[in-house]
Design a protein around this ligand. Structure first.
Ligand SMILES: Cc1cc2nc3c(=O)[nH]c(=O)nc-3n(C[C@H](O)[C@H](O)[C@H](O)COP(=O)(O)OP(=O)(O)OC[C@H]3O[C@@H](n4cnc5c(N)ncnc54)[C@H](O)[C@@H]3O)c2cc1C
Ligand code: SF4
Length: 510
């Protein structure tokens, strides 16, 4: 009996029970493949980050005495296809059993189950032992319910895992401190320097160039700054607890021209590759807070835990509950093309310029930039969700479909008609101004609705409400906005719609 165990690029969990001992006759395999580099155009730092972390993990296993077959992208025998590589190794090593960890992406899950049905050796799938929940838990939780509210799921998770609970009640008396998480950052609390890792990636960069892999974004040093192994992920987490947690919640939604990361953790890349588990993160943050409770308010901690125990697990559950139909939904019938400036940052709209430039430079934007700037504009300009998805899936180092898709198509673009968000996340300039300083140095005037200098978000907003009345008019949470729209003079509305059409038809001129 000889076993082949597959490790996918986002399954780098060194604490998995597969590595508790070193079973005889077992070969572990990792592949760098065109299949994965080419299904969407990725940010250069994303491709580099995945390969660097995979190489580090493969080496870590070898150092511990495991038998590892690591196929680099330019390895002569690499077929560039997952299943062909597996067939090759099965034959080469006379494998009698194939084992894999359940992929988080539907696409890979299908590919591997079809493969297993096609081979005449034993096969077995294992859990990744990463998430708090199983794939189908959320589907069960919401069975028979009309709404899939994250808050209900989150409260259940808090109770189930006894997190921030005292005698069955939420610690501090509140489930949710969201209202204290909405401050604008005005430099009153200096942003600490960021923790960077100097992982040498020169050979991977050269490989990407040599193999002519199409990428987006930039890389301005020969190092990759995100954590690429468990040790570094733990260091990043320690830094977050000691330096950033204290104001995480306060400025969670803030945006600033001089700041890319503010008090955000930058842990999503490490977590999505499974270098570190959500439980590990939540437990560490809670322990740290228990020891430093006099300095750190519960609102910072709850705000952070809600993102991981709540939103992250919820998005994964929704993905598995709603795929494969989910990826085809377009409830608002949006069909415009994504403006070219999404790929260059070349626009006079300062909020978009800043958020897109950050994304191109760092493979990163925080939640509110993704939701209320790039996502907001795409929705108001009625861009086809397929194109919006492709952009989000490519540009962020942490973008893996199970988490990108429900966030983009659901939460941000409302393409599911309200399964994830109860109303579309759209706003005029007022919200963007409330949460940041982008408007202060913008070519456009945030207050004006009409005229050359009027902020494009303002006319787009009213035009969107008017055009989507059929789909949104009955939405209870939109009632107030529709009553304002109804009170608007016909002439004013038609002028706003005219300006919105100019923007929609030629977004790259704005
Ligand atoms: C349109 C859109 C697309 C997004 N695409 C992705 C994606 O491809 N990959 C991804 O990991 N996150 C995605 N998010 C969620 C969120 O923006 C990122 O997780 C976060 O910005 C990562 O930075 P951070 O680690 O500094 O997060 P922090 O602000 O420090 O938050 C801590 C952690 O909470 C988790 N988290 C926070 N919000 C969410 C959320 N909405 N869904 C799932 N997890 C969350 C992340 O794991 C994150 O690392 C998206 C959000 C939007 C609105
Ligand atoms: S004025 Fe409008 S376009 Fe300019 S930064 Fe503000 S919201 Fe963005």
């Amino acid at each position: 009996m000889k076993t082949l165990r597959l490790i996918l690029g986002d399954q780098l969990n060194s604490k998995h029970s597969w590595y508790k001992d070193n079973p005889e006759n077992t070969v572990y395999c990792l592949f760098e493949m065109r299949q994965e580099t080419d299904y969407v155009t990725h940010h250069i730092q994303k491709v580099i980050g995945f390969f660097a972390a995979m190489r580090d993990f493969g080496q870590h296993l070898k150092d511990q005495g495991f038998t590892v077959q690591y196929l680099k992208l330019d390895d002569g025998k690499n077929t560039q296809s997952l299943t062909d590589n597996l067939k090759l190794l099965i034959e080469e090593h006379n494998i009698t059993k194939f084992e894999y960890q359940l992929p988080d992406e539907y696409r890979l899950d299908e590919q591997l189950s079809t493969f297993c049905n096609s081979v005449d050796i034993d096969t077995e799938a294992f859990s990744t032992e990463h998430f708090y929940t199983k794939r189908q838990d959320l589907k069960q939780f919401f069975k028979g319910k009309k709404q899939y509210l994250m808050e209900n799921f989150y409260r259940d998770m808090r109770k189930k895992h006894d997190i921030l609970m005292v005698a069955g009640q939420p610690e501090g008396g509140k489930w949710n401190y969201d209202k204290s998480n909405r401050n604008k950052w005005k430099a009153e609390h200096p942003i600490p320097p960021y923790k960077y890792f100097k992982n040498d990636i020169e050979d991977i960069e050269t490989l990407i160039e040599k193999e002519d892999i199409k990428t987006i974004g930039t890389l301005d040093t020969k190092t990759f700054s995100y954590p690429i192994n468990r040790q570094q992920a733990l260091e990043q987490l320690k830094y977050f607890c000691e330096v950033l947690l204290i104001h995480f919640g306060d400025y969670q939604d803030a945006m600033h021209t001089d700041q890319v990361y503010l008090f955000h953790s930058r842990l999503s890349f490490a977590m999505n590759l499974k270098l570190i588990s959500p439980k590990n993160i939540v437990d560490t943050v809670l322990n740290y807070w228990r020891k430093h409770g006099e300095d750190i308010n519960i609102s910072q901690v709850e705000g952070f835990i809600r993102q991981i125990l709540g939103w992250r697990e919820y998005m994964r559950g929704m993905y598995w509950a709603l795929m494969p139909e989910y990826i085809t939904l377009n409830y608002l019938e949006n069909n415009n093309n994504l403006p070219d400036f999404y790929w260059t940052g070349n626009t006079k709209m300062n909020c978009l310029k800043q958020s897109i430039t950050n994304s191109l430079d760092n493979g990163y934007a925080h939640h509110i930039q993704r939701l209320m700037v790039t996502g907001n504009f795409a929705l108001l300009a009625q861009i086809n969700p397929d194109q919006v998805d492709a952009w989000y899936l490519g540009i962020y180092v942490d973008a893996v479909e199970w988490v990108q898709l429900p966030n983009t198509r659901g939460m941000s673009q409302f393409s599911d008609g309200g399964k994830i968000a109860t109303k579309p996340y759209v706003s005029s300039a007022s919200y963007i101004h409330k949460m940041g300083n982008y408007c202060d140095s913008c070519h456009y005037n945030k207050k004006e609705k009409l005229g050359d200098k009027a902020c494009p978000f303002n006319s787009l907003y009213w035009n969107f409400l008017d055009e989507k009345r059929k789909q949104l008019g009955d939405n209870f949470r939109m009632k107030m906005m529709y009553s304002l729209l109804d009170k608007m003079e016909t002439k004013q509305l038609s002028s706003l719609k005219e300006r919105a059409q100019q923007i929609i038809e030629n977004p790259d001129d704005f």
